[in-house]
Structures are given as structure tokens and as C-alpha cells.
Ligand binder design. Structure first.
Ligand code: ATP
Length: 386
């Protein structure tokens, strides 16, 4: 098996375009995560890959085998695509024992040699379910049921394993356990996978690459590290945890917020003529709280703020502040700030600071303003030199 390619894939329901000329590649052994908010078309894309949904346009190929081609009228049925599928609802057959559930894909594909040579038992052992083979699904916990579903998804050594939000029905502790198990299995077996989720921590933990979807299209397709450090748009930044937003306007002496506070964008500043209005995004962890402006580290931007609410979170307090008409969230260290924050800090006049290197800047079209040495680009096209 080699690369899996999706080219110009489209799918509509009535007049609603759900998948919109989507291009996606999954390299051999790669774990690709489809990430995006509810309704952006993740599951529909997955179902098209599985052959459970008939696209309206485009092509899907697994190596040199064309699975679907709207123009060439190819459409290989699901049971001939050699995909493994793991669903949110586990989807185990209730009337079959664990052994028969895991064996099911081998029986459908008539893989008798695998059945004879103990593939079912090996798959069960792989997910620590070897002792459960003679139980029915109703005799298993949710976590055990999903591990059996993972064994069933992998038992036939499929060309592609599809996961549709498989952790969503599990409680937080089990979710972490099954997530780690899927990660370890992938490290060991190196199967090609597409994993649908709307949870950014799952995506960061599991993905070799993240395909972030918006309205049926790919907004960014890159490694988790790249997405975390350089989100390609304001939409991606907001979705992956840069919840703090400040709108800035260029003045003769530099950038200012709507309430007039000066902001130093450092080398993330677009050049004159590039953009005169930008959006700045910051993570809560990169915004710092001070009782006096002088306490802020040298070289950072400092903004006057008013405390709105605080919540105890253990080592930190979650704090909401207003900076002009922008509401920002930050985490304040409990050892440094706990005493006065716990004593009722609502309404307190404070300062917040951040470093320009932690901020990400987006142009009026929502695309990232990237600093490339002394050359600055907006939306990928050079607009001038600093
Ligand atoms: N069979 C169908 N008929 C009509 N509309 C559908 C059908 N299946 C899905 N849709 C619509 O297509 C849109 C995208 O659905 P899809 O399940 O692909 O989204 P998603 O990104 O996976 O979201 P979620 O995380 O909520 O599952 C939704 O608005 C949904 O209501």
C-alpha cells in the first residue's frame, strides 16, 4: 500500500455543500486527524473514504487502486475497500461474543488463514482484551467495548483505519487510557489512519498531521507542532486554543488597541501598506497578570485591565479581565497571586502583559501575517520589506 489520495472531493445534501472540492493525502503509515467544529464535514469525508457515502465529485484512490471516480464512474463498495472502522458508538454486534465480533471482518473478507493462525486472539491481546473473548458486549464496560472495537478495526490489517470520534462516549479517565492505547498501537503497527475529532488535545496527541476543516474545505494541513506554532488563519488559531483576541489599528507611532493602548508586535508587524488593521491572538498561558505596570518584564506589551472574575484552579487561578471592550482570559500563578485573587478581586485595576513572540497576527482577510526575516508577507504574498 502506498499513499491514499483524495482529490477535489465534493458532497452535497440538497442545496447544502458539505464537502467542497477537498484535497487530502495520507502517506503510508501516517495518522491524519480531521479536526473542526460540528458540521464542518469531517464525518461525511470519512464516510466517503469508507464507501458508506457516495460523493458527487472528485476521486479517491488507495495506492494505484481507484476507489471512487465521479468522471470514470468507479465506485468500489465498502466491503472491497479493505478499511477498518471504529465508531463513537462502538457498533459491536450484541448477539455475538467478543471473539466473533473481532473475527467478523476476517469472515466477511474470507481471510481463513488469518482466522486459523490466531489473528483474533492476537488482536484481542493487543488491546488487553484476551480474557474477554467469551463475553457478550453487554457484559463489558464502555472502555472494554471500545477496545474490542479497535481490535475488530485492526484485525484484518486494513489499508486504512477510520476512526469516527471513538473516544467521545468515554469518561475522561477512560478517554485518556484508550487514546494512549491507540497511539501505542499506531507507533507499533504503523497503519494508515484518518481520525475524526473536534477535540484539539486528541488531535495534538495522536496526529502525524492535522487537517483542519472549515465549511467542507481544508483550512490548514500540517504537523501538530506547525499548527500550534503557526496557525494559518484566525479561524485555526481560535479553534486550537488562542481564545484571546485583540483588534489593533495602525497609528503614526505604532499599533494600538481600540481603547488606545500601545502594542509592540515586534517582527510580526506587517509593513506599512500591508495592513492597517490586524487581529492579534494569544493563549491564556501567554498572558501575564501584574498589580503594577512596572512588574511586567522588559520588552513586553503592557495593557491596563480590570478584573471581571476569578476561579481557583489549583496551581493557578483562571482570571477574566477586560481590556477596553475586549475580554481576555489568563491563568495567574496561585503562589504569586492567590492571596489577593481569593480575597475578592472583581473590579480590581491591574495590568496584563505578553511578549510579541507569543502573539500571532492575522490580516483583515483572516490569514496569518507571517514574518519571514526582514520580509513580511500577508496571505502568502510578499508585501514589502521592514
Ligand atoms: N444524510 C444527510 N442528509 C442531510 N444532511 C446531512 C446528512 N448527513 C450529514 N448532513 C449534514 O451535513 C453537515 C455535516 O455533517 P458531518 O457529520 O459531516 O459534520 P461533522 O463535521 O462530522 O460534525 P459532527 O462533529 O457534529 O459530527 C451537517 O450540517 C449535517 O446536518
Amino acid at each position: 500500500m502506498s499513499q491514499i489520495r483524495v482529490h477535489q472531493l465534493s458532497k452535497s445534501y440538497g442545496s447544502n455543500t458539505i464537502v467542497d472540492e477537498l484535497d487530502l493525502t495520507i502517506d503510508e503509515g501516517e495518522f491524519v486527524v480531521l479536526l473542526g467544529p460540528s458540521g464542518c464535514g469531517k464525518t461525511t469525508t470519512l464516510r466517503c473514504l469508507a464507501g458508506l457515502e457516495r460523493p458527487d465529485g472528485g476521486t479517491i484512490s488507495f495506492g494505484d487502486r481507484v476507489m471512487y471516480d465521479a468522471a470514470g464512474r468507479a465506485d468500489v463498495p465498502t466491503h472491497k475497500r479493505n478499511v477498518g472502522m471504529i465508531f463513537q458508538s462502538y457498533a459491536l454486534w450484541p448477539h455475538m461474543k467478543v471473539r466473533d465480533n473481532i473475527a467478523y471482518p476476517l469472515k466477511v473478507r474470507r481471510q481463513r488463514e488469518a482466522l486459523r493462525s490466531g489473528a483474533v486472539e492476537r488482536a484481542a491481546e493487543m488491546v488487553d482484551c484476551g480474557a474477554l473473548l467469551d463475553r457478550y458486549p453487554s457484559q463489558l464496560s464502555g472502555g472494554q467495548q471500545q477496545r474490542v472495537a479497535v481490535a475488530r478495526g485492526l484485525v484484518s490489517e486494513p489499508d486504512l483505519v477510520l476512526f469516527d470520534e471513538p473516544l467521545s462516549n468515554l469518561d475522561a479517565r477512560l478517554r485518556d487510557q484508550v487514546r494512549t492505547q491507540i497511539h501505542q498501537l499506531h507507533q507499533r503497527l504503523r497503519f494508515s489512519a484518518v481520525f475524526v475529532t473536534h477535540d484539539q488535545s486528541e488531535a495534538f496527541a495522536l496526529g502525524d498531521r492535522l487537517a483542519i476543516m472549515k465549511d467542507g474545505k481544508l483550512e490548514q494541513f500540517a504537523t501538530p507542532q506547525r499548527v500550534f506554532e503557526e496557525p494559518s488563519s484566525d479561524y485555526v488559531a481560535a479553534f486550537i486554543g488562542m481564545g484571546n483576541r485583540l483588534d489593533l489599528v495602525r497609528h503614526a507611532d505604532g499599533w494600538r488597541t481600540g481603547s488606545g493602548a500601545a502594542i509592540d508586535l515586534g517582527d510580526r508587524s506587517p509593513v506599512r501598506g500591508g495592513a492597517d488593521e490586524v487581529t492579534l491572538r494569544l493563549r491564556s498561558a501567554d498572558l501575564h497578570l501584574h498589580r503594577a505596570a512596572a512588574d511586567a518584564p522588559a520588552g513586553s506589551s503592557v495593557l491596563p485591565a480590570t478584573v471581571v472574575t476569578t476561579e481557583f484552579g489549583g496551581r493557578h487561578h483562571d482570571v477574566l479581565v477586560d481590556v477596553g471592550d475586549a475580554r481576555l482570559s489568563l491563568q495567574a500563578d496561585t503562589r504569586e497571586h492567590g492571596a489577593w485573587l481569593s480575597a475578592g478581586a472583581e473590579g480590581a485595576e491591574v495590568f496584563v502583559s505578553f511578549r510579541s513572540s507569543d502573539a500571532r497576527v492575522f490580516g483583515p482577510d483572516g490569514r496569518a501575517v507571517e514574518a519571514l526575516g526582514s520580509q513580511v508577507t500577508i496571505s502568502g504574498s510578499p508585501v514589502g520589506t521592514l
